[in-house]
Design a protein around this ligand. Sequence first.
Ligand code: CO
Length: 285
Amino acid sequence: MSTRILQQIIPSMATSDGAGVRLRRSIGQSQTVRVDPFLMLDEFSSVNADDYIAGFPNHPHRGFETVTYILDGHMLHEDHLGNRGDLKSGGAQWMTAGRGIIHSEMPQQISGRMRGFQLWVNLPAKEKMKPAGYQDVQSEEIPVFNLADSGYVKVISGTANFAEQIIKGPIQGISADVLMLDVRLPAGAYFEQVLPSDHNAFIYTFEGDVLVGPEDNQCALATQSAGVLSTGDFLVIKAGEKGAAFLLLVGRPLKEPIVQYGPFVMNTREEIEQAVADYNNGRLV
Ligand code: CO
């Protein structure tokens, strides 16, 4: 067994997107800060409605998939396929943009906390032009695995492999075989997970801090930071003195060239020019 260690720290940066939603971006804060197949991870968290109320009005995507996970709040997704996804606290939605989707994501609350994540996952070249798709799940459909010492793990996407039990999340079929876990640990508690050794992985701490790696090679990761992990088939993480909450994201690297222009992510410049032309001519979707 080789245990993964912390290889790179990417502190999240404050930025805004959509019609002025304030958020923190770690992966994807520039086009060189990516973890194949992951293109971007945004965290939005505010009790101030001005930070989120403008939402994400109608906009296009092509060439990748997204997972949105809401911790607190109420958001409505609508797209050109006629999907309406009412996303409430603890729920998740995943969307394959494929050849094209036009959608909006708008807050359905005018006060209170809005908190969650949006993850962008790349599609392999041969699937970038497949038909768009959308699905969502509510909180009660996401399985929870209880750890010793009162910690727990929510299995959002893929299949988690605990020593005692295999647990399948409701999101299956993301092309890059994404495992997405929401892990909550009390102070000093441990989380362990067997992982495919050739898949890339990172964690994102959204509360508290953690120590990553085996006892003889532990590295600290502060709150609201992405920690990129080395390869290896085992992961061990210890929560800091205030406990910790983090996402674990694991995926099969695509090892293909990436050319991104805003909401379009393709393999070549020509394909990006085509996407822009298709959008301008009303032929994206
Ligand atoms: Co979008």
